[in-house]
Design a protein around this ligand. Structure first.
Ligand code: FES
Length: 161
């Protein structure tokens, strides 16, 4: 890390200088208006702040998708990675299939943590072609996964389908 932070945020390149090492990803996202990522417990327990962080590993030639608690992750940890927030996976005209299914199944209660749940489901879709109920339950754990995609554009495509 050379003091300039470079990463992709929902498909757009971000370059930042003079980063405060104590700023979290959650503080940064909410500060730029991406308020779909919520502050719940602030200590890694509730998942309301969940984002998906993807990184290409040149050794394995695979992209790793990880669910990350944005309330705990320092902003500087994003260097060289691709961040997908809830704003990056769908919109009011065309929701992501996981958002659609949560909505159609009345999966939200107050809705505060729904973005975090949606992101875990996106990660489940990256890990399994047709996840079983058990596999979906498993993916709600904080585990880094190896995606089935081999290029960053394929990972992006997942989030745009
Ligand atoms: Fe609860 Fe981050 S706000 S895990």
């Amino acid at each position: 890390f050379d003091g300039t932070l470079r990463f992709y945020l929902n498909g757009t390149k971000v370059v930042l200088d003079d980063i405060d090492p104590e700023v979290t990803v959650l503080e940064y996202l909410r500060g730029i208006g991406l308020t779909g990522t919520k502050l719940g417990c602030g200590e890694g327990g509730c998942g309301a702040c969940t984002i998906v962080v993807s990184q290409f590993n040149p050794t394995t030639n695979q992209i790793y998708h990880a669910s990350v608690n944005a309330c705990l992750a320092p902003l500087v940890s994003l260097d060289g990675k691709h961040v997908i927030t809830i704003e990056g996976i769908g919109n009011t005209k065309r929701p992501h299939p996981t958002q659609e299914r949560v909505a159609m199944g009345n999966g939200s209660q107050c809705g505060f943590c729904t973005p975090g749940i949606g992101h875990e489901l996106v990660r489940a879709a990256a890990q399994h072609d047709a996840p079983t109920e058990h596999e979906v339950e498993e993916v709600f754990g904080p585990v880094c996964v190896v995606g089935k995609f081999t290029t960053e554009s394929e990972a992006l495509q997942l989030c745009n389908d």
